[in-house]
Ligand binder design. Sequence first.
Ligand SMILES: NC(=O)C1=CN([C@@H]2O[C@H](COP(=O)(O)OP(=O)(O)OC[C@H]3O[C@@H](n4cnc5c(N)ncnc54)[C@H](OP(=O)(O)O)[C@@H]3O)[C@@H](O)[C@H]2O)C=CC1
Ligand SMILES: O=C(O)C1=N[C@H](C(=O)O)C[C@H](O)C1
Length: 280
Amino acid sequence: MADSTGPISLTVHGAAGRMGRRVVALGLADPSFQLVGAIDHAESPELGKDSGAVAGEAPSGVEISSHWPALDEKSIKRAVIDFSLPEAIDGCVQHCVEAGSPLVVATTGLTEEQKQGLSEAAKSIPVVWAPSMSLAVNLSMKIAEQITAALKDVSGGLDVEILERHHRFKADAPSGTALKFGELIAGQLGESTSHVHGREGHTGARTREEIGYHAIRVGDNPGEHTIVFGMLGEKIELNVAASNRDCYASGALAAAKWLIQQDKGPGLYSMFDVLGMSQG
Ligand SMILES: NC(=O)C1=CN([C@@H]2O[C@H](COP(=O)(O)OP(=O)(O)OC[C@H]3O[C@@H](n4cnc5c(N)ncnc54)[C@H](OP(=O)(O)O)[C@@H]3O)[C@@H](O)[C@H]2O)C=CC1
Ligand SMILES: O=C(O)C1=N[C@H](C(=O)O)C[C@H](O)C1
């Protein structure tokens, strides 16, 4: 008989990465979870090592492997959390569909085709997909929508620019979070909004319709976003910054818990859904 009372069997995809290690560490510390899988690619230098030790914690008994764990039928409560790379995502999604496993996708920089693939997968499994798992970032997105709605018709015009700062190792730009801020703000500004990535040379005067994006890569910054709402005579800057990666890791674990504890069926969910912020 299936056990619906025990901890959630957790598999982390991208387990040897910066984020994967934090998900492993926080997952091991949370009695709601039992770590059963720590997946990375077959050439990973961490392959075969204990995932807890790689994360800087006590040994977990779960090795980093390129093979997905076989789950017995008792593992009715299970979830996969993915923090990997766009090129790794298709295999992860395919595994979750075949295994019928709820999935939390945090990887950014996905192609349109991959986003389509996630929507397809969400017809058979529950999927949470968000470019930021952070509570503060998701709340800031709602605030940015409200500021835009309040100022979009201000006399003299409103200019919106999005600055993001991340560590030097980040592979995609602008960040998935910056793009989501832009999408939500454009939703308030209207259909004629255009998206301008950096500026150089004789650009001419700024148009009213554009949102500007600026990606800064410095040191070990775990993620910072500043939305500038510029007007003639005054401005607002909305700044949200992570001090470390645990806001994302704990958000992803909360999303996995939400899928299981709310007994969510197939569907594509966002962190707004997880955090109860979907309305308004
Ligand atoms: N939604 C959110 O809240 C957040 C999202 N992110 C996103 O998460 C992703 C990961 O970030 P981060 O941890 O910093 O990146 P890392 O590069 O540190 O981690 C990615 C991990 O995935 C591994 N990997 C590569 N190929 C495969 C594969 N085929 N199968 C399984 N694993 C593979 C990498 O191995 P190797 O290093 O050997 O290539 C690495 O261990 C990024 O897209 C980032 O933007 C990050 C923070 C928050
Ligand atoms: O790569 C990162 O580090 C981060 N990536 C996410 C993004 O692209 O928005 C989220 C967070 O800002 C950290």
